[in-house]
Design a protein around this ligand. Structure first.
Ligand SMILES: [Zn+2]
Length: 209
C-alpha cells in the first residue's frame, strides 16, 4: 500500500512564509546581534551607605595586602593576618584608650590630657570585620576559609571590647539597652536606620558569645 510513502516535505525555502519569529529579524536588521547597549538594562542598584563603605573597606584591605612585606596573597590570608591589619588600623584611630597604668584609666571624661594612644573603637572594628567578611565571600572566597570569620578574630574583638569598656569607663552593656541618640524622635522621619552602626552603640552581636 502506501505506508512507506513519505509525505512530501515542505519546501525548505518559502519566500512567502516570513512570519516565523525565529527568522523574522535576521534579514533586515543589521543592528541586532552585536550591539548590546540596547539590551542591557542597568539594574536599579542604589548603592547604600553600607555598600559604599564595604567597597572602601575591601579596597583598603587589598591595598594593605599589596603593601605587605612579604607580599601576601588573599588566598593565603588567615585570621592572624586580619589581626595584623586591625592593629595596623589602630594608628588611624580617634578613640582614646587609657593604659592600665594611666591615672585616668576607667574615667569616662578625663580632666586632663594624657599620653595614652588613640585607637580604633571596638564598635568600628566590629562593624568593619562584618563588612569585610561579607565582601570576602562576594569576591569568591569560600565561607569556610573566610579569615574574617576566624576564631582568633572573634576572640580579639571580644578582648578589645572588654578592655575598652574598662579603660574608657563605658559600659557597652548599658549603652545597648539605653541608646542615648534620641534627638529627632518627636518628628516622624522615615529614614531607615543604617544597617550597621559605625560607633560603639552597636546592636547586640550574638556571634561574640
Ligand atoms: Zn590615659
Amino acid at each position: 500500500m502506501d505506508l512507506v510513502h513519505p509525505p512530501p516535505p515542505p519546501p525548505p525555502t518559502n519566500p512567502t512564509t516570513a512570519v516565523t519569529p525565529s527568522s523574522a529579524n535576521i534579514p533586515t536588521s543589521p543592528t541586532t546581534g552585536t550591539t548590546s547597549s540596547s539590551t542591557i538594562t542597568t539594574p536599579p542598584t542604589t548603592p547604600s551607605r553600607y555598600e559604599n563603605q564595604k567597597r572602601r573597606d575591601w579596597n583598603t584591605f587589598c591595598q594593605y595586602l599589596r603593601n605587605h612585606r612579604p607580599p601576601l596573597n588573599l588566598t593565603l590570608c588567615s585570621g592572624a593576618h586580619v589581626l595584623e591589619f586591625l592593629r595596623y588600623l589602630d594608628q588611624f584611630g580617634k578613640t582614646k584608650v587609657h593604659n592600665q597604668t594611666c591615672p585616668f584609666f576607667g574615667l569616662p571624661n578625663p580632666p586632663a590630657p594624657c599620653p595614652c594612644p588613640l585607637r580604633q573603637a571596638w564598635g568600628s572594628l566590629d562593624a568593619l570585620i562584618g563588612r569585610l567578611r561579607a565582601a570576602y565571600e562576594e569576591h569568591g572566597g569560600r565561607p569556610e576559609a573566610n579569615p574574617f570569620g576566624a576564631r582568633a578574630v572573634r576572640i580579639y574583638l571580644r578582648e578589645v571590647r572588654d578592655f575598652q569598656a574598662k579603660a574608657r569607663g563605658v559600659s557597652y552593656e548599658k549603652k545597648r539597652k539605653r541608646p542615648k541618640q534620641k534627638v529627632t524622635t518627636s518628628t516622624v522621619t522615615v529614614t531607615p536606620p543604617p544597617l550597621v552602626p559605625d560607633h560603639h552603640q552597636s546592636a547586640p552581636n550574638n556571634h561574640l558569645q
